[in-house]
Every structure is written in structure tokens, then in C-alpha cells.
Ligand binder design. Structure first.
Ligand SMILES: Cc1cc2nc3c(=O)[nH]c(=O)nc-3n(C[C@H](O)[C@H](O)[C@H](O)COP(=O)(O)OP(=O)(O)OC[C@H]3O[C@@H](n4cnc5c(N)ncnc54)[C@H](O)[C@@H]3O)c2cc1C
Length: 500
């Protein structure tokens, strides 16, 4: 598949690669007037109201750098970046791509850990400025544009006494998060977020704007609910089911020495069976103690956070009971208990480098044996520490109750979730992280029941993409892609097509 005309000289490309390999802004900051200023835009591009940045524009390096949120970026360079301001911009950009034989990738926020929005050649369609939210309080639903960040959405909803399971880190936009599934706050009660997509507006490869819902274009609706970075269309608005806001969201947090991990896991297994849905349990292994020292001087510990999505103090203490009765809280190194919080405090209260753009390798598994998997990974972190002391592993216990459901392609084949995040402080850490990750993936293979599409590395583990879906859904997605995008306008999952 052609990727459009290459106007960039080799010399310039070498400069770009050298200057931007680690996300530096390069020369762009000191140059001024973009080439687009004096370029006559014609045809479909002239119809676009948003910003157009071409590969030979002087501010291309700056734009390129800001498209993927991570500090370390892959050496893949789109030919053209279009920042859309409206549906009409999206339609015109797709028409231009069809005419010039350019492949298209869509961006909502550029947080995908595989840096899926950076492809070699083609057109990068940036929707990050589409952030409108229209709430229907009586119907408990909202039309939401894909660029809105989770924290901004829950803030707007909370003012109306409403809620939605946004990602645990506030800066993650709704667009890609929900398209890939969405493991959000209070997931045991509210379910995986994509199952709360009531409808969506989609612009298809041929430039038509369709509504996808249970009643219209149901096949597209099914795919939007979990397909992730392999989706074959542009979602410009989601209609979301909203929920009542719990008025006493309560968090307790404990640090345990790593030697206690077997007892912690045993207690959590029991709590997971006994707890109500409104109790969310996250256990994170990382270098967190003592917290007043820099990460390289801290010990590897297990931080258990227990969240009660409660409506009163009594409700919270009842929800917490299976955990408080376990006897474990008394054995912690440090604890902060029963703090009633709003979302702003929940987002701010993470003990890990949750929002660090230094992540370079991320993987995850769904598992039935969360105790075994977490202990195996923690053992590896202790015996062969990854290069950066900021690396951590996160386990979510009894996270997913609903398994299969014919209204969505999302696949949660086991109740527990484990993900781990390798950071890099310097370029040399990248290859060492890769080796560490390969070993970790092998180590956890026997406990793996599947993966979550939004936190995998499809270039290095292409088979993991297929393992994010049931066998039937995987086949069905391939058929739908052929039907809705017969000429392959959209890039598919990284590692699964040409021009990755
Ligand atoms: C700090 C951090 C915290 C995170 N926390 C969580 C968490 O708590 N729970 C969780 O589930 N995930 C979490 N994630 C993962 C997150 O869900 C994914 O990174 C997700 O892809 C981010 O969405 P995005 O809009 O930035 O996607 P982008 O990187 O912009 O897009 C990724 C891909 O999705 C597709 N896409 C995106 N938007 C559209 C659209 N509007 N129409 C069509 N296709 C589109 C494109 O194929 C694109 O290549 C976290 C990530 C980070 C970096």
C-alpha cells in the first residue's frame, strides 16, 4: 500500500531521527513561520478548518513530538497530521487520504502504550481538541467527544450527581480508553466501561456518518465496545450510560514488606470471595518505602489500596469489613485509613509513577491465579531488578465479574488483572527493559488466560492481540473490517498490517 509522496530529503530525515529520538523538540522551538503558511491548500485539504501539518513543515517536529504522550518515541513518521475541529474536517481528511492513497490512524490523546498513533507514513487524524460534553441528567446519559480527559468528564458529571467509570489516571482521554474496553474506577460494580457505550457517531472509510447503537448498525456498535486500536472507522462522539455518584468514596491504603506478600495474597483471595461489588482492591508492588527517600533508595514493598464506593461512613465501614477482619491491616508498615475522597483526591492519591511518560514496556494478563502471578512477578523484580527503580506491577483483584456478552467484542476471560510497567530514565534502559519484559512474559505464560488490548505491545508480541479476544470475536472483527473498510484505509493493529 502506498503511503503518499515523500518530500523529505534523507538529510532532513536523519536530523529528525537524531534530534527527536528521545522526544526532544529539536530545532522546532527556534524556527518560526510554518511552511503551511505560504502553501496553497487545495482540494479536500482546503475544506479543513482545523490545523494541517505536513512532513516538510518547520513545525512538524514539534507536532510529531506531541502526538505520542510518552518521552521515548518510535522512529515512525506520518506524512501528514490533521487536527480536526469538526466532523466536516474528519470527512474532508478521509477524502484526502482516499484520493492520495494514504493510510489513516486516529488519535484521541496519544496515550496508547504501543504509541499506536505514530505510524510510518499516512495521515494522522488528531481528535484531541474535540472535547464537548452534553449531559442529559434525567436520562442519565451524555454525548461525549473523544478528546475529553477522564478527570474533566467525572468533574462535570459530579456537579450533576452523576458518574462514569473513567480510567484511574485522570489525564487519559475517553476516546481510546473506552474503545479498547476501559478498566475504570469501581469496575467490579460498574463493569468494563465500554459496555456503557449506548451509541456512537462513526465516520466510516467511505466518508459516511453513521450512528451505531443496539438498534442501528449494531455490528459497528459491537466492535466499538472493546476493539481498541484496530478499529476501522472514526468515532467522533460516544453516548454514555451514566451512574449515580457515590457520595462517600472511601480509601484505605497499607504498605507491607515484600516478605509478607504470601500472607497478603492469601488474605486478599479470601476478601475477594467475601466482598461486595462496591469494594475495589488494587495491590501494587514497587519501590515505595520509605516514601521520603528517592526511588533508588527505597525497598520493594506491596501497597494495598482498598476503595469503598459507599454512600455514607457506615456504608463504607461495612463494605471494608472483609478486609478489616482479615487481620492484615495491623501488620502493615504504614497505613492511611478511611479517607473520604472526591475524584480529584483519588487521582492525586496514587503511590506509583502512574502518570509518568517514561514508560517503555507495558504488558498485562487476565488470570485466575492472581496470587501466583503477582508473587512470581514480584520475585523476579526482587531477584533481577529492572533498570529503573520506578517500575511497578499492579494487580486488580476480583475486577471483572461479567465475562462474555454478545453485545460487545471486549473479552475479560478471568476475574483478576495484572499489568506491569517498565520505565526508562535513559536510552540504554530501553533494550534492557525489552529483555526483562520477554522473560516476564514467558514467566507468566502458564497463568495467562488472555490480555487487555489497551496495555499491550503488539509489535513485540503480535500474538497477544488475538489473545485479547475470543476466537469467534477475532474472526468477526476481521470480517467487519473487510466489510466496512474494504480498501484498507485505516491502519490496523500494530504488527498486523503493512506500514506499521
Ligand atoms: C498514564 C496512563 C494511565 C492509564 N490508565 C488506564 C486505566 O486506568 N484503565 C485503562 O483501561 N487504561 C488505562 N490506560 C491505557 C489507556 O486506556 C490507553 O492508553 C488508551 O489507548 C488511551 O486512549 P487515547 O485516547 O490516548 O488513545 P490514543 O493513543 O489516542 O489512540 C490509540 C488508538 O486507538 C484508536 N483510536 C483512538 N481514538 C479513536 C477514535 N476516536 N476513533 C477511532 N479510533 C480511535 C486508534 O487506532 C489509535 O491508534 C492508561 C494509560 C496511561 C498512559
Amino acid at each position: 500500500m502506498a503511503t503518499g509522496t515523500r518530500t523529505t530529503s534523507e538529510t532532513r530525515r536523519h536530523f529528525l531521527r537524531r534530534g527527536l529520538a528521545s522526544g526532544a523538540l529539536g530545532l522546532a522551538g527556534i524556527l518560526s513561520a510554518p511552511a503551511a503558511w505560504c502553501r496553497e491548500l487545495a482540494g479536500n485539504l482546503a475544506r479543513i478548518g482545523g490545523r494541517i501539518v505536513m512532513r516538510d513543515d518547520v513545525d512538524y517536529p514539534q507536532w510529531w513530538s506531541s502526538m505520542a504522550w510518552y518521552l521515548f518515541k518510535p522512529q515512525r513518521f506520518p506524512d501528514l497530521i490533521v487536527r480536526a475541529r469538526s466532523d466536516q474536517d474528519v470527512i474532508a481528511a478521509l477524502a484526502h487520504a482516499r484520493e492520495k492513497n494514504l493510510k489513516v490512524v486516529v488519535r484521541s490523546g496519544g496515550h496508547n502504550p504501543a504509541r499506536a498513533v505514530l505510524r510510518e507514513g499516512g495521515l494522522l487524524l488528531d481528535l484531541s481538541r474535540l472535547r464537548d460534553v452534553q449531559i442529559d441528567v434525567a436520562a442519565k446519559s451524555a454525548w461525549v467527544e473523544p478528546g475529553i480527559h477522564g478527570e474533566d468528564l467525572v468533574h462535570l458529571l459530579a456537579q450533576q450527581g452523576l458518574d462514569f467509570p473513567a480510567a484511574h489516571t485522570g489525564i487519559v482521554p475517553i476516546g481510546g480508553y473506552i474503545l479498547g474496553g476501559g478498566l475504570g474506577w469501581n469496575m467490579p460494580e460498574r463493569g468494563i466501561a465500554c459496555r456503557s457505550i449506548l451509541a456512537a457517531e462513526v465516520i466510516t472509510a467511505d466518508g459516511r456518518k453513521l450512528v451505531a447503537s443496539a438498534d442501528q448498525n449494531r455490528d459497528l456498535w459491537w466492535a466499538i465496545r472493546g476493539c481498541g486500536p484496530g478499529f476501522f472507522g472514526v468515532v467522533t462522539r460516544y453516548k454514555l450510560q451514566l451512574f449515580p455518584l457515590h457520595t462517600a468514596m472511601t480509601k484505605s491504603k497499607y504498605l507491607f514488606p515484600l516478605e509478607r506478600l504470601p500472607q497478603v495474597c492469601k488474605a486478599l483471595e479470601k476478601v475477594t470471595v467475601e466482598k461486595e461489588e462496591r469494594l475495589e482492591i488494587l495491590a501494587v508492588v514497587g519501590r515505595f518505602f520509605p516514601p521520603d527517600k528517592p526511588p533508588e533508595e527505597r525497598d520493594l514493598v506491596c501497597a494495598v489500596s482498598v476503595f469503598a464506593f459507599a454512600d455514607s461512613e457506615e456504608d463504607a465501614s461495612r463494605l471494608m469489613q472483609p478486609w478489616t477482619n482479615s487481620g492484615l491491616p495491623g501488620q502493615s508498615l504504614l497505613k492511611v485509613e478511611n479517607r473520604v475522597m472526591d475524584y480529584e483526591q483519588l487521582f492525586a492519591g496514587q503511590e506509583t509513577d502512574f502518570s509518568s511518560p517514561m514508560r517503555t514496556a507495558v504488558e498485562n494478563i487476565w488470570t485466575d491465579d492472581i496470587s501466583g502471578a503477582l508473587q512470581a512477578l514480584a520475585g523476579k523484580m526482587q531477584k533481577e531488578p529492572p533498570p529503573s527503580p520506578r517500575c511497578f506491577a499492579l494487580s486488580a483483584w476480583g475486577f471483572s465479574n461479567t465475562r462474555e456478552d454478545e453485545t460487545s467484542c471486549v473479552h475479560t476471560p478471568a476475574p483478576h488483572y495484572l499489568s506491569w510497567y517498565l520505565m526508562a530514565e535513559e536510552e540504554a534502559h530501553l533494550s534492557r527493559n525489552r529483555v526483562w519484559m520477554d522473560d516476564a512474559v514467558k514467566l507468566l505464560r502458564p497463568m495467562t488466560r488472555g490480555h487487555y488490548i489497551n496495555e499491550i505491545d503488539p509489535l513485540h508480541y503480535p500474538q497477544h492481540v488475538e489473545e485479547c479476544f475470543s476466537k469467534d470475536s477475532w474472526k468477526q472483527l476481521a470480517q467487519l473490517r473487510k466489510h466496512h473498510d474494504p480498501d484498507g484505509l485505516f491502519f490496523t493493529w500494530l504488527g498486523h498490517g503493512e506500514n506499521t
